[in-house]
Design a protein around this ligand. Structure first.
Ligand code: F6P
Length: 407
């Protein structure tokens, strides 16, 4: 049986998605793969026969180490919704045709819940067509931390570390002038508030961190929001608010929709969320007549590998490796997951799980972790997040800047 594998990256990148790619590469190499191919821009590129031989880029251990520390998706990514077999049988025939051409026995896709739909559909198709010589496996990824079953997702810890750190630093800057200022920071995560919740990590004996934190799990009420700011302003001149890009008002509209007339929508039907902080800062400015400063972390929060969590980098590598091992043992239609064995001390294990329980499912922050009338998160939430941001993963610095690997 051939042992050629192919791996692709899909969806929004993270600071450690390349560490999982390195784990897949290393696992496949150690377990005797003959060829290790990488899809250019995920399944979209594969359909167009765009792929590389990864061994040409990863010649030695040092290249693998640099890959682990390089942010964003080395192979390029895509947001491509695989049509169902009923709708487009030719797409499936084409994928199998390309895989056969390369004599692929194992297909790996690193992505979030949307991307896992690709694994779900391809593994189902293979089962129905009795294609037993190609396995289809998923490697988890997303800063949003919204994947079901797994304890957390690769990429979340590093983004959370960046957010906790930056909110802490901002909380120093926003108090520097003796004037009234409301700083509003917008954080990614779409419909799940995990990342926004990580703003709470900034609070400690040397920092107030964020005063108010708004997650998308709760309906956003403008009157209550202004009243809360008023309340904080009674005790301090400067207010720091963390808000999710995905907060919605009672009518189901994103707050940022009010500020944008034509929002882009991707192939999964997700609106491109941006502008929440600016929209809220405008309302606050006219209501209180004070200075406001909207800050959108945007893509910086998912590519800040200079402040990546070592725990995250290592786990991302491990789960990639684990999925390859499982595939080589004959598993298909499964996704790598993390299982938290204990919290103090933090012990984590990897496993694999049925893709049907993970694809297209969004895991949100538990209701009872959102406290203070929907403006902060509980100690339990902090206990869950703290182990994930531990440890420093420094880039290899060359001429004072991080060294990256690219195609
Ligand atoms: O899915 C990860 C994510 O980073 C979300 O938090 C965010 O809403 C989205 O991607 C942004 O996607 P894009 O960069 O494609 O606009």
């Amino acid at each position: 049986m051939s042992r050629n594998i192919i791996v692709g990256q899909s969806g929004g990148p993270t600071a450690v998605i390349n560490s999982s790619l390195a784990g897949v590469f290393q696992g496949a190499k150690d377990l005797g793969a003959t060829k290790i191919y990488g899809m250019r821009n995920g399944i979209e590129g594969l359909l167009d026969e765009q792929y590389i031989d990864m061994s040409e880029y990863l010649k030695g251990d040092i290249d693998v180490e640099i890959l682990k520390r390089t942010p964003s998706a080395f192979l390029g990514s895509c947001r491509f919704k695989l049509p169902t077999y009923e709708k487009s049988p030719e797409t499936y025939d084409r994928i199998i045709e390309v895989l056969r051409k390369l004599d692929i026995s194992h297909f790996f896709y690193i992505g979030g819940n949307d991307s896992m739909d690709t694994i779900k559909q391809l593994s189902q198709y293979a089962k129905e067509k009795n294609i037993t010589d190609i396995t289809f496996m998923g490697v988890p990824k997303t800063i949003d931390n919204d994947l079901a079953v797994t304890d957390h997702t690769p990429g979340f810890g590093s983004a959370a570390k960046y957010i906790g750190t930056t909110i802490k630093e901002l909380s120093r800057d926003c108090v520097v002038q003796p004037i009234d200022v409301v700083t509003i920071v917008e954080i990614m995560g779409r419909n799940a508030g995990w990342l926004t919740a990580s703003a709470a990590l900034a609070r400690g004996e040397d920092s107030d961190g964020a005063d108010l934190i708004y997650l998308p799990e709760k309906v956003f009420e403008m009157d209550k929001f202004l009243a809360k700011i008023e309340e904080v302003r009674k005790t301090k001149k400067q207010v720091l608010v963390a808000v999710s890009e995905g907060v919605k008002t009672a009518d189901g509209k994103y707050v940022c929709e009010a500020a944008s007339s034509n929002m882009m929508v991707d192939s999964f039907g997700h609106k491109a969320l941006s502008g929440t902080a600016t929209a809220l800062a405008d309302v606050v400015k006219s209501h209180f007549g004070c200075k406001t400063r909207p800050i959108e972390f945007s893509t910086i929060q998912r590519c800040a590998s200079h402040i990546a969590s070592l725990t995250d980098v290592n786990e991302a590598f491990l789960v990639g490796y684990r999925v390859v091992k499982a595939a080589f043992e004959g598993e298909t239609g499964k996704v790598g997951i993390y299982v938290r064995v204990s919290n103090k001390p933090y012990l984590m294990n990897t496993d694999i799980y049925d893709v049907n329980a993970i694809a297209n499912v969004e895991k949100t922050v538990p209701e009872n972790w959102i406290i203070n009338d929907g403006t902060y998160v509980s100690e339990e939430a902090l206990d869950y997040m703290r182990p994930l941001i531990q440890g420093e993963s420094y880039p290899y610095m060359v001429n004072g800047l991080p060294k990256h690997i690219r195609l």
